[in-house]
Write a new protein. Structure first.
Ligand code: SF4
Length: 411
């Protein structure tokens, strides 16, 4: 797909910023029970933060950032012995706790406890390069069986949203239409699908790297690699791949890059349908109305919401006068009623599909970050990008690229 086909003027620019954002990112631990290929966090066994440290980070968020939800990530947060208490603290502070996990430790009993503590939803990371016990060698399509197990488990517990994350590589991007298709058959129990495009710090011929005035080797970083894999997959490529099977697939909103306003760093597509059939894709005015209304009524921008809200697809159609694409969905809904009037009593569900294009390395050595990054975390009482936290942990500052000069002055 040419970039021009994805025209930013036809998309709603999500209003999220550093100080006012739908989400913030909390890491109570860096420990993990998997070793995923594309992970950007160093797995440290004894890295659990104390409840006091976590509470302090939450108070920094409260002071510096108006936030609706807190993504509790890591590492795997379910490894933290006080995870239920942490969820409860987050909930009592007025944030929506959302747990990002690989799901391995998620039992029905723990799920009940976490729900009682106030968990609003789960984002479960499943992809084919996790080396997941019992699922090694399975491709993305085969892993849908595992995704369905978790979606059904969450639906059985009730009241919490179910999202799936997967890292997308050059050799797995062809599966994205399969995942979009699978999610479309489970609109009632899968609220969000997230595709995170693989990134790594890879040495560039024309640049040296410095931290605190010292030249460093990129291989010192957790997220470095030099084995020739593509680290520059772009969101429009994924959209083009999905459109080969679903020509109607059309994003409605985005976050741009800090260096490139026409890069689509967070690219959001929303769709409405019966529990097993997509009726159509919402347009930018729908998303603009939802974000503006939520901010007007609740004082915060919206990201995660409970299934009782996403099941209100029919109510969302009331916004049809504002949004031409919603009018198309309304037309199809009415046609389906003519064929079978009993469908009036069926729910329509809303589902999001997000494509995240993390750090882009620019030709001039700059890094194109997400403008209005939702995954900002706390480090030393400051708000920082979680995707580059290892630089701070290792060197105490961001790593900078410096162009090599021909006479080797800089080398
Ligand atoms: S800047 Fe990094 S941490 Fe923030 S949203 Fe983008 S990829 Fe995520």
């Amino acid at each position: 797909m040419e970039k021009s086909v994805l025209d930013l003027r036809r998309l709603y620019r999500l209003p999220w910023s550093l100080a006012d954002n739908a989400i913030s990112w909390l890491e109570p631990t860096s420990a993990c029970n998997l070793s995923c290929d594309g992970c950007y966090r160093k797995n440290e066994a004894n890295s659990h933060k104390t409840v006091e440290e976590v509470t302090r980070e939450l108070s920094i968020f409260r002071k510096m950032r108006n936030s609706d939800g807190i993504s509790i990530a890591g590492g795997d947060p379910l490894l933290h012995p006080d995870i239920t208490e942490i969820v409860s603290i987050i909930s009592k502070m007025g944030f929506k706790p959302v747990i990002n996990t690989n799901g391995i430790l998620l039992s029905r009993e723990l799920l009940r406890e976490l729900k009682k503590a106030g968990t609003v939803g789960f984002t479960i990371h499943i992809d084919s390069k996790q080396g997941r016990p019992g699922w090694k060698g399975k491709n993305e399509l085969e892993l849908n069986e595992l995704r369905l197990r978790y979606a059904e488990m969450l639906a059985e517990a009730g009241g919490m949203s179910c999202a799936f994350n997967s890292t997308v590589y050059d050799d797995t991007v062809s599966y994205t239409p399969d995942l979009v298709e699978w999610a479309g058959k489970h609109m009632d129990i899968v609220q969000v699908m997230v595709f995170i495009l693989y990134r790594a710090a890879t040495p560039q011929l024309n640049f040296n790297w410095y931290a605190n005035g010292r030249k460093i080797g990129l291989e010192e970083l957790q997220y470095s690699e030099n084995n020739g894999r593509r680290i520059d997959l772009q969101s429009p490529e994924v959209v083009a791949k999905i459109r080969e099977r679903f020509p109607e697939f059309t994003p409605c909103a985005f976050l741009n890059g800090t260096e490139k306003p026409d890069s689509f760093k967070w690219l959001l597509t929303g769709r409405i349908g019966y529990k097993d059939r997509v009726l159509g894709y919402v347009g930018p005015k729908h998303m603009e109305s939802i974000q503006a209304m939520h901010h007007l009524l609740k004082g915060r921008y919206l990201a995660y919401c409970k299934p009782s809200y996403t099941a209100m697809g029919k109510t969302m159609l009331l916004l049809s006068p504002l949004d031409p694409r919603l009018r198309v969905i309304s037309g199809r809904f009415l046609t389906s009623l003519l064929a079978n009037p009993l469908k009036l009593f069926k729910n329509l569900y809303y589902q999001s599909i997000m494509i995240i294009q993390p750090v882009d390395f620019m030709e001039n050595g700059a890094q194109n970050m997400c403008d209005g990054c939702p995954d900002v975390t706390v480090w030393n009482d400051k708000l920082v990008w979680s995707c580059r936290l290892e630089e701070l942990k290792q060197f105490g500052c961001w790593v900078h690229s410096v162009p090599r000069v021909e006479n080797n002055v800089n080398v």
